[in-house]
Design a binder for this molecule. Structure first.
Ligand code: SF4
Length: 702
């Protein structure tokens, strides 16, 4: 057991699952028992937890843990494993250049881990080939924010849910994917009789159940719908002229484009559309929450623009109860954005395209290099791995063989790569099976560091369990490789507190460029202060105290004005044909997380939904001869799955839905991302994971 430590009163830490970032209290009883409760003092959840968070105590067993490094399947010493990683990366770079290597990392990493990985790749190896599974999650929001605001700044706060009179949830199954936020919304609805909830989603989900109005929009119809809102606002004379004249550019072009939109692309009845427009236009306090249904699209960045346009045109942004609010899927997707852990970003919200920003970061790190162009985004990265142009790949804390689109091609690409390193908790993942070198990393409950949640609240994750076997922290592993590659001074960290201090000081450099991501006031924390650090939300500047952005203008563009973008509806990239007559939507279930490496350990969580499934409309099931609970064969141009049918009118005719969690190890025929097309948004590189066209037929055993 790893539970020999005791901490009187428990340890305050944060949940490792979704971007709500709830505070939890972990209490060890000294006899092997672990109790998890919500942290009453944490601002994200005030003691509430969802089913996943409250079952965390059932997920820390050691049965499948990787306890020692392995080289080609054989146990090895850390010394040999790290030497091999450093030598192979060094030789590859010397022979083929810095862009012949890549890191693929994760929104599960803590900020300090992420910071060190980004520093090693960008400042020392000299490539921007570091990308993250957050690319699959919120990259379109990042791109949309940067186009409109000049930086990737999320203006929303959770308390806005309690202060709004209209909450629009688009492409967000909040009830299952951000359950504690959903609980806050449900409570707000009881407390505020004026509050209306609109849910825009092709499926009827648990979130739709709470909505006053559910708009079962056609897949990809969001740009058309929000363009409709903008055109309606203009026709009704409801544009905020004072705000837009002072703080916005591109208003007339955006309205002109919106007026040309064909609302039939929404697939919605005219009466429902009219009801939504009147509600949006007639309510001042509107919050629009959006998530994967908006982001995971080849038009994701334009969908974000269409939403932001409505808020900018009315000045409904950054004021209590008003604003667009992208909620992140992962616990530290936001921290990854802050440290620049994506291929197209620099640390601390600085821009890789800006020469002054590059010099500032390079000088701060005293680094030998700094790429002057973005690196490979996730889908492109694995394509280039498959082409043999990436010759050394390090995958940290994620399972791309299951979660990437066209997952079989990704598996083949990794299998064919000259040198693959995987650091993870366990060897029992579809990706770890392919590693030349496997490095045992510590997990939740063992690690120390910080994470940032969807409302920019930075919280500590604290270790309270002894790391098993030879497992080491990710920041230690990465730093050790950096030292062995010859950059000792830059990676001579003794603790996550030391990394945090450096990172916070770098944010002061960003502050010098007028960025509000400036947490340098905390750069002098002692180890003890870091250990005791209470959650705090940035910005901490006097002008934006309270964490609200943009009510007073002050955008991060060259002239300080936001940009509205003229956008037009585009169909999803995969075409419906006679051979591919269904659109496949993918997503999460309530009680599992990602590829289930933790949640599958809890029998309680598996009771909710025990196996993968395919939701299909009764008319379609009848037409193609699929009985309820029978096995369907689902085929796309990229792969093939067998799934049990769930016949339900919660999906529309012509559409099917399947969850994404099951793996080659837990359900060999249910790896849904083997079906998903690798089509990406042109600005964000985010794949369109919700609109691949497929064929569905009854499975006939040969
Ligand atoms: Fe964890 Fe998210 Fe549930 Fe909170 S809502 S307990 S962060 S999974």
């Amino acid at each position: 057991s790893n539970r020999q430590d005791t901490a009187p009163g428990g340890t305050c830490t944060t949940c490792p699952y979704c971007g709500v970032g709830c505070g939890v209290r972990a209490i060890l009883d000294g006899a092997g028992g672990l109790t998890i409760t919500g942290d009453l003092s944490h601002p994200a959840n005030a003691g509430k937890l969802c089913s996943k968070g409250s079952a965390l105590g059932e997920t820390t067993s050691l049965d499948d843990r990787l306890l020692a490094p392995r080289i080609h399947g054989q146990d090895a010493s850390w010394n040999d494993a790290l030497d091999l990683v450093a030598t192979r990366f060094r030789k590859t770079i010397d022979r083929h250049g810095p862009d012949s290597v890549a890191f693929y990392v994760s929104g599960q990493l803590l900020t300090e881990d992420y910071y060190v990985a980004n520093k090693l790749m960008k400042g020392f190896i000299g490539s921007a080939n570091i990308d993250t599974n957050s690319r699959l999650c919120m990259a379109s929001s990042v791109a949309g924010h940067r186009r409109a605001f000049g930086t990737d700044t999320v203006p929303g706060l959770y308390e806005d849910l309690e202060r709004a009179d209209l909450v629009v949830l688009t492409g967000s199954n909040l009830a299952w994917c951000h359950p504690v936020l959903y609980q806050r919304l449900a409570a707000a609805r009881k407390a505020n009789p004026k509050l209306r909830v609109v849910n825009i989603d092709p499926r009827h989900t648990a979130t739709s159940d709470i909505a006053d109005l559910h708009l079962a929009i056609a897949p990809g119809g969001d740009v058309a719908l929000f363009n409709g809102v903008l055109a309606y606002l203009s026709e009704q004379g409801l544009i905020d002229a004072a705000y837009t004249e002072k703080h916005v550019r591109g208003l007339s072009e955006a309205i002109e484009s919106a007026k040309k939109e064909d609302l039939s692309a929404t697939g919605l009845p005219a009466a429902q559309v009219a009801e939504f427009f009147a509600l949006w236009a007639g309510t001042e306090k509107v919050v629009t929450i959006y998530s994967q249904g908006v982001n995971q699209s080849t038009a994701g960045t334009d969908k974000v623009a269409a939403i932001l346009n409505c808020h900018l045109a009315t000045g409904r942004i950054g004021r209590p109860g008003m604003g667009p609010f992208s909620v992140t899927g992962q616990p530290n997707a936001m921290g990854g954005r802050e440290v620049g852990g994506l291929a197209n970003m620099l640390a601390c919200h600085l821009d890789i395209e800006n020469p002054e920003h590059r010099v500032a970061v390079k000088d701060f790190w005293d680094a030998p290099a700094m790429p002057d162009a973005p690196g490979l985004k996730a889908v492109d990265m694995f394509r280039v791995v498959g082409e043999g142009r990436i010759k050394a790949l390090w995958i940290m804390c994620t399972n791309p063989v299951v979660s990437m689109p066209e997952a079989d091609a990704v598996r083949a690409a990794i299998a064919g790569c000259d040198f693959v390193v995987v650091s993870d908790l366990t060897a029992a993942t579809d990706t770890a099976e392919l590693a030349d070198v496997l490095l045992p990393a510590t997990g939740w409950g063992e690690k120390d560091g910080t994470v940032t949640n969807s409302e920019r609240c930075i919280s500590r994750q604290r270790g309270f369990l002894t790391p098993p076997g030879a497992a080491r922290h990710d920041w230690e592993i990465i730093s050790d490789v950096g030292r062995r590659m010859g950059w000792g001074a830059a990676f001579d960290y003794a603790s996550p507190a030391e990394i945090y201090r450096e990172y916070a000081a770098l944010s002061g450099v960003a502050g010098n460029f007028g960025r509000d991501f400036d947490i340098s006031a905390t750069a002098g924390v002692t180890d003890a202060e870091y250990d005791a650090m209470a959650p705090f939300t940035w910005p901490r500047s006097a002008t934006r105290e309270g964490g609200r952005f943009f009510a007073d203008g002050g955008f991060y563009t060259s002239d300080g004005k936001a940009r509205m973008w003229p956008v037009q509806h585009r169909q999803p990239a995969s075409k419906l044909t006679a051979d591919r007559p269904f659109r496949l939507n993918t997503g999460r279930v309530r009680d599992h997380w990602h590829t289930m490496t933790r949640t599958a350990k809890s029998p309680r969580l598996s009771q909710h939904i025990a196996e993968p499934f395919l939701e299909i409309h009764p008319d379609d099931a009848r037409r193609i001869g699929l009985a309820p609970a029978s096995i369907a064969e689902v085929e796309s141009d990229f792969g093939n799955c067998l799934l049990r049918t769930l016949v339900t009118d919660r999906v529309q005719p012509g559409q099917v839905f399947a969850p994404m969690h099951w793996t080659g190890q837990t359900a060999p025929t249910g790896r849904i991302d083997t079906l998903v097309a690798p089509n990406t948004d042109p600005f964000s590189g985010q794949p369109e994971s919700k609109a691949t066209t497929v064929d569905v037929r009854p499975f006939a055993a040969a």
